[in-house]
Design a protein around this ligand. Structure first.
Ligand code: ZN
Length: 349
C-alpha cells in the first residue's frame, strides 16, 4: 500500500474545499495550508496510534477525514499547477536531517518585516529571535512607500529606522552579542523594473531587495521586466521572483534561462522566499538557476518572530535543487556579504 504524506493530505484537503461552499470551503482551505506546517508526518502519528488532534488546526471533524484518507489512500494525488512544487515542513525537516552540514552553513535570514511596515514585531524582537537561532545577521526589509497596502515606508522613515538599527546593534555588541541587523528594504518595483525610492537613500543601506507586487496575473511572457529589474543598479536581490501564492496565483512566466543567466552575468541574487504559501523560487526553477550560476538569497518573509522557522523550507528547496553552497548569499560571512553588496554600488558609480 502506498504511504501518504502531509503534502498528499494538503492536496486532499484542498480538493475537498473545492467540493463545498462558503465557510466550510474556507475551513478546508485553511486546513490544507496548516498541513504544510505540521512538524511531523500525520501518517507517523496514525501508525503509532497517536491522536491526530495533536496537529495544529485539526479538530475532531478534520481528524476523522484524515483518518479515512490515511487508512485508505486515494490513488491519484498529483496536485494541479496552482498547488505544485511546494514543500511541507515535515518533508523539509526529514531532508535536512540527511545533511546536517548543509543547514550549519546558514548565517542569517535576508527578508523579514517589522512594525515599521506590515510586520507585527519590533526590530529588537526580530533581532533577539535571530540571535536565538544563532544567526550572524538578519536583514530587516520593510516595504517601501509605493506599497501603501502594506504600510510601506518613505525615505524619512527609513532614516529613522536606520538610527534605531544602529542603536540596537551598538547595544547588542556592547553586551557581547554577535548578531548584526542589516539595514535593508523590500523595494516595490513597477513592471518596468523601476523602484520607488531615492537611490541616495538606498545607498545608505546594506542590502536592497526589489520585488514585484503588481500585474502578477498576466500570462504573457515577462522576461523584459525581470531583465530590467536585475539591471536596476540599486537592486541586489530579486525578491519572490514569480509572485506565486499557493492555491491562489500561479505567478509570472518568463524565459527563466535568460533571466538567471543575466543575474549570473551581473553577479546578483534571486530569492527563495521561504514563506510557506510562496516558496518562490520553487525547486524546478532553482535547478535552472543552478545551471546558469545565479546567486541565491534565502528570506523567510517573516511578519513575526516565530516565522523565522520558515527558513527550513528554503534550505530544503536549495538542497533539493543541488545549489552549490558558494552560490548561497546567506552562507557568506557578514563581511563578505557586505563587501559583495557594496561592490555593486562602487562599480555602478
Ligand atoms: Zn513582497
Amino acid at each position: 500500500m502506498r504511504t501518504i504524506s502531509n503534502a498528499d493530505l494538503a492536496e486532499l484537503l484542498a480538493r475537498a474545499a473545492e467540493a463545498v461552499e462558503g465557510i466550510r470551503r474556507r475551513a478546508f482551505k485553511r486546513a490544507a495550508r496548516s498541513a504544510f506546517l505540521w512538524p511531523e508526518q500525520a501518517r507517523d502519528l496514525f501508525d503509532e496510534g497517536r491522536s491526530l488532534l495533536e496537529l495544529n488546526g485539526v479538530g475532531p471533524f478534520f481528524a476523522g477525514r484524515l483518518r479515512d484518507w490515511l487508512g485508505e489512500p486515494p490513488s491519484d494525488l498529483t496536485p494541479p499547477p496552482l498547488r505544485r512544487d511546494f514543500i511541507t515542513l515535515a518533508d523539509a525537516f526529514s531532508l535536512l536531517a540527511t545533511r546536517p552540514s548543509w543547514s550549519k552553513q546558514l548565517r542569517g535570514d535576508l527578508q523579514m518585516h517589522t512594525h515599521w511596515s506590515d510586520g507585527s514585531d519590533a526590530v529588537a524582537e526580530m533581532a533577539a529571535a535571530g540571535a536565538e537561532r544563532g544567526y550572524e545577521y538578519i536583514a530587516v526589509t520593510d516595504h517601501s512607500k509605493g506599497l501603501k497596502i502594506a504600510g510601506g515606508i518613505d525615505e524619512a522613515a527609513l532614516k529613522k529606522q536606520a538610527a534605531e538599527i544602529a542603536q540596537i546593534n551598538d547595544a547588542s555588541h556592547a553586551a557581547g552579542g554577535t548578531l548584526t541587523v542589516l539595514r535593508s528594504i523590500e523595494m516595490n518595483l513597477n513592471p518596468r523594473g523601476e523602484g520607488d525610492m531615492e537611490p541616495a537613500a538606498l545607498r545608505r543601506l546594506d542590502l536592497v531587495l526589489g520585488s514585484f507586487h503588481s500585474s502578477l496575473r498576466t500570462t504573457e511572457d515577462q522576461t523584459g521586466r525581470y531583465l530590467a529589474a536585475l539591471r536596476n543598479r540599486s537592486v541586489h536581490v530579486l525578491g519572490h521572483p514569480r509572485g506565486r501564492i499557493y492555491n491562489y496565483r500561479r505567478g509570472l512566466n518568463a524565459d527563466w534561462t535568460r533571466v538567471f543567466g543575466e543575474a549570473a552575468r551581473l553577479d546578483k541574487a534571486v530569492e527563495i522566499d521561504c514563506y510557506p504559501d510562496r516558496q518562490d523560487l520553487n525547486v524546478a526553477l532553482l535547478k535552472l538557476a543552478r545551471k546558469e550560476g545565479a546567486r541565491i538569497s534565502l528570506g523567510t518573509d517573516a511578519h513575526h518572530a516565530a516565522q523565522l522557522g520558515f527558513i527550513a523550507l528554503g534550505l530544503a528547496a536549495a538542497l533539493r535543487a543541488k545549489i552549490p553552497a558558494d552560490r548561497i548569499l546567506n552562507f557568506l560571512p557578514l563581511s563578505a556579504l557586505k563587501a559583495w553588496a557594496k561592490g555593486h554600488w562602487q562599480s555602478a558609480s
